[in-house]
Write a protein that binds this ligand. Structure first.
Ligand SMILES: [Zn+2]
Length: 302
């Protein structure tokens, strides 16, 4: 999609537009840091949270998470479905993690996409359903995997039940209003229930030295960049407590790596080195992701 409608010019004088430029976590003023894809990454002067502002919040989900996001490369996937053999086991690993914490059986996967991670969770015995804004992805989950995935944006999803567990795998960074999202999650999880989040760590050692070249700075598909601490503070403020945290085992296929490098690191010398190396490998080859800038945290609702 074009980023033109989401372009946000920086303002050093936050008092003139304080509400629009204030931190989505703590509401303090923010300062623009650098520009990516025509959109400014801002940093909160109070808590240090980094974020970008969507100029089209009401159209954000439909504009950004259309079929192109899942099938046309760029900031998304060159072919999301081609990673089924990686994503289903990823779900199974998280299923085993949840079972170790005695989580119950009813589960909602937020941002379920084609249901591949949800499929892994179901294979581990959970009674799972999902919510996904992209209709093509949701229909694949329904028709091909026989999963209960509702095609609607999370913000508009109003189930008539609470769940033992909610999983949000690489979704937190996509929310325009993360506080509202977590407050809604609180209502969807029963008291004592669990919430599993996997997201990128902007405070990690790969992210900090890379600065603006860190691959996850990819607005508008990503708008929030958490650290472990800022994520924990957000959830604790919304009456969750941290139960456990760790780094996931993650795999990615060579074709997806090439697609991401072309979009996110097109002009760096070391990206050319990686690209040259990958050119010698089959596109379907699965590669381990180092994971030092990716983490999961398990929270319990009080
Ligand atoms: Zn803040």
């Amino acid at each position: 999609m074009s980023t033109a409608t989401l372009l946000k010019k920086p303002s050093q004088h936050c008092s003139t537009n304080r509400a629009a430029d204030s931190c989505p976590l703590c509401q303090q003023v923010s300062v623009p840091q650098f520009e990516k894809h025509g959109i400014w990454i801002r940093e909160c002067a109070g808590c240090g949270h980094r974020f970008a502002i969507s100029d089209a919040p009401n159209q954000h989900v439909e504009q950004v998470y259309g079929d192109d996001y899942f099938f046309s490369g760029g900031a998304g996937y060159d072919d999301y479905l081609s990673e089924a053999e990686l994503l289903v086991p990823h779900g199974r690993r998280y299923g085993r993690l949840l079972k170790r914490h005695g989580a119950g059986s009813s589960l909602l996967d937020v941002g379920a996409a084609a249901g591949l991670i949800l499929q892994g969770l179901v294979e581990e015995g959970f009674k799972g359903c999902g919510v996904e804004p992209n209709g093509t992805m949701a229909r694949f989950a329904q028709a091909e995997l026989r999963l209960d995935v509702t095609a609607v944006a999370f913000e508009d999803f109003e189930p008539d039940t609470q769940f033992d567990i909610v999983t949000v795998i690489q979704v937190m960074g996509h929310f325009i209003d993360p506080v509202a999202a977590v407050e809604k999650l609180y209502r969807l999880v029963r008291p004592g229930g669990l919430y599993l989040v996997e997201t990128w760590d902007a405070g990690s050692w790969p992210a900090r030295p890379l600065g603006s070249n860190w691959h996850e700075y990819s607005p508008p598909s990503v708008l929030q960049w958490f650290s472990r601490d800022s994520l924990k503070q957000l959830f604790e403020r919304c009456k969750f407590e941290e139960v456990a945290t760790g780094r996931p085992q993650k795999w990615i296929n060579a074709s997806h790596v090439c697609s991401l490098i072309d979009h996110k690191l097109p002009q760096t010398a070391w990206a050319d080195v990686v690209r040259s190396g990958l050119a010698c490998m089959p596109a379907s080859l699965n590669l381990p992701y180092p994971s030092d800038d990716l983490f999961w945290t398990l929270f319990r609702r009080n």
